[in-house]
Design a protein around this ligand. Sequence first.
Ligand SMILES: [Zn+2]
Length: 141
Amino acid sequence: METFKQELIQMVVDITTEVKMNTGRMIFIKEDTIEIKEEKPKKEAKPKEPKEEISIESLTCPKCKSYLLKKGKTAYGCGNFQVCGFKIPFEFLGKQLNDKNVFDLLSKGRTAKIKGLAIPGNPEPVNAKLVMTGEFNFEVE
Ligand SMILES: [Zn+2]
């Protein structure tokens, strides 16, 4: 019985040591995590700018899905425009669309809200989103 008791005590000591060590490690891990979290947003904020660079002409035509888009004089159009007929005008409802607007239309099917759209029949300019319809036309949402 004596041997058993000693073994038991030894076991308890071992467990206690392990718990203490684990607790110690846990605290260190938490501290590390906090440090990393604090640094990350600062580092990520800067490289975002180059990602904003948009090349419409690297996108495939959404209608025929076969040709890259080309920049024309008044619109971006399908590389096979004669057959496909898809285009996005640079100017829509009196508003110059920027590359981000065009990119959003092509990739998401809608833009963010655009200010000052001149909608026929509306006396005041309207702030609205543009959407691409199922027929690859564009309209105000
Ligand atoms: Zn096309």
